[in-house]
Design a protein around this ligand. Structure first.
Ligand SMILES: [Zn+2]
Length: 481
């Protein structure tokens, strides 16, 4: 297999060479050292427009872009696409946004909610979603199927929000200038400070040396599935954020961070108050002794430290244990770099130490079967939930409110069905009262899920009371039809 790949690579490189004169050139920014090396190796195909600090604005051929990709062994493109020479040069002079001190102070205060969320993350859901995305065969941004993929994800996210009755959630397609593939953005509107944004993202497109066969299971179906399951857990919990949360599935990451760059630029131009951004790109290959490797270049140190504190606080032992370390990636190795280059705080927790990551990416072999389980991605899903809850904060529910939210009850086909799995307390019994307050049923609760028959009751509104002890109970209205 390896030999075959090498031969294919050589053929591809040769064919890129012969087409080099016909393919278009692009503007971009990249690390200064990469730009200098590229210029040395391909002097006729690379023009360095301007240098500043450790970055360069560059004009280069498609072929040079591929060459860079292979040479520096990044899993992303290694550069950030720019529309024009002016844009590329201007990007070098963008300064980090000034972040007010009160927003810098990341705090850990939402223990009850976070601990409940960790129990709700479902590994099977992540596996199912990865397989669903892998099933398209390719999500290459320039193919028509990429538009279907984006529309389908929009539908999936909308269905998920409506399943949990979330009227505060909307999903939109974000259309781009430099790719036909749209990005998909889910917005959970903040209840207290909706103008402050907490963002997580991953890329929806895939690539391969044969773009018709680009399953992209780890790169980056895993990231999309990871975030989706975190948000589903938050919905199941009834979590309402104080700040607005956005979940972004970017288009065309693999060809210069095109989707995220356009979005981050628009947010910056409109002065959108983004608190911080976390990228999930490749989460399901367990290649190192540690679980999570925080990429420490082109990311924000304060945000990285906060994510590590979250893991120390919530994942130091027990069933939700997560271990971590740090490694270096490279310039533009994923969409976090788009946000970093616009001056926002961004982080990139990665599946392994860089270099020990999944070697099947960008090939037809990047399938779910390489890992065969979504256990590794589930750890990232937990980290994602911790980050979202602790950064967006909840509308200060009391412990009692949380218990109320954790009780799910409904009636169907002559049964009253309940699910108490999200509750932090154990319930002893269920009592059903009719509208006059008369007790019509009392039954012990033996497990956290169960049902009781309502077939002998007349139609109407009842109150189901779930008893914890003599001081604590949760009552919810049910309608028997
Ligand atoms: Zn990727």
């Amino acid at each position: 297999m390896k030999k075959l790949h090498l031969i294919t690579l050589v053929v591809l490189l040769l064919s890129f060479n012969s087409f080099a004169q016909e393919t278009k050139s692009i503007y971009a920014t990249m690390s200064l050292s990469d730009a200098l090396e590229l210029k040395k190796d391909l002097p006729d195909e690379v023009e360095i427009l301007e240098k500043r600090r450790n970055e360069a604005a560059v004009y280069f051929t498609d072929h040079a872009g591929h060459y860079l990709h292979d040479k520096v062994l990044v899993h992303g493109p290694g550069y950030i696409f720019k529309n024009s020479e002016e844009d590329a040069i201007a990007a070098l002079y963008k300064e980090a946004k000034e972040i007010p001190a009160n927003k810098m102070a990341f705090t850990i205060t939402e223990d009850v909610l976070v601990n409940a969320a960790l129990d709700l993350v479902n590994t099977q859901n992540i596996e199912d979603h990865i397989l669903e995305l892998e099933g398209y065969g390719t999500r290459y941004h320039a193919f028509p199927i990429a538009i279907d993929v984006a529309n389908d994800l929009k539908d999936k996210w909308e269905a998920m929000a409506s399943l949990y009755g979330r009227t505060d959630v909307s999903v939109r397609l974000y259309n781009h200038t430099n790719t036909n593939m749209p990005s998909v953005i889910m917005t959970i509107e903040g209840d207290v400070t909706p103008d402050e944004f907490v963002i997580v993202g991953g890329h929806l497109d895939s690539t391969s040396w044969d773009d018709n066969d680009a399953p992209g299971a780890d790169d980056d179906a895993s990231g999309i599935a990871t975030m989706t399951e975190s948000v589903r857990a938050l919905f199941e919990l009834g979590f309402v954020p104080n700040r607005t949360i956005e979940v972004m599935a970017y288009a065309a990451e693999e060809v210069g961070l095109v989707g995220s760059a356009e979005i981050a630029e628009e947010y910056a131009d409109n002065n959108v108050d983004v608190i911080s951004v976390v990228q999930f790109d490749m989460t399901n290959y367990n290649g190192s002794a540690i679980d999570v490797s925080f990429i420490s270049d082109y990311t924000n140190g304060t945000l990285n430290s906060f994510l590590m504190e979250l893991i120390d606080h919530y994942n130091s032992d027990g069933v939700h244990t997560i271990t971590y370390g740090t490694s270096l990636c490279n310039y533009g190795c994923s969409d976090h770099a788009s946000w970093t280059s616009e001056g926002y705080m961004a982080a990139f927790p990665f599946e392994a130490n860089f270099g020990q990551h999944n070697s099947n990416i960008h090939s037809p072999d990047d399938t779910f079967s390489v890992s065969g389980t979504a256990d590794h991605a589930a750890k990232f899903s937990k980290l994602c939930a911790e980050y979202l809850i602790e950064s967006a904060k909840s509308n200060v529910l009391s412990v009692d409110d949380i218990l109320v939210n954790a009780v799910a009850v409904f009636t169907q086909n002559g049964q009253l069905i309940y699910n108490l799995e999200a509750a932090s307390r154990d319930f002893t019994s269920i009592i059903l009262y009719d509208i006059q307050g008369k007790k019509v049923l009392e039954a012990p609760i033996i497990s956290k899920t169960g049902n009781v028959s309502t077939q002998s009751f007349s139609k109407g509104v009842y109150v189901a009371t779930f008893v914890v002890d003599s001081e604590t109970s949760v009552s919810k209205k049910v309608i028997i039809k």
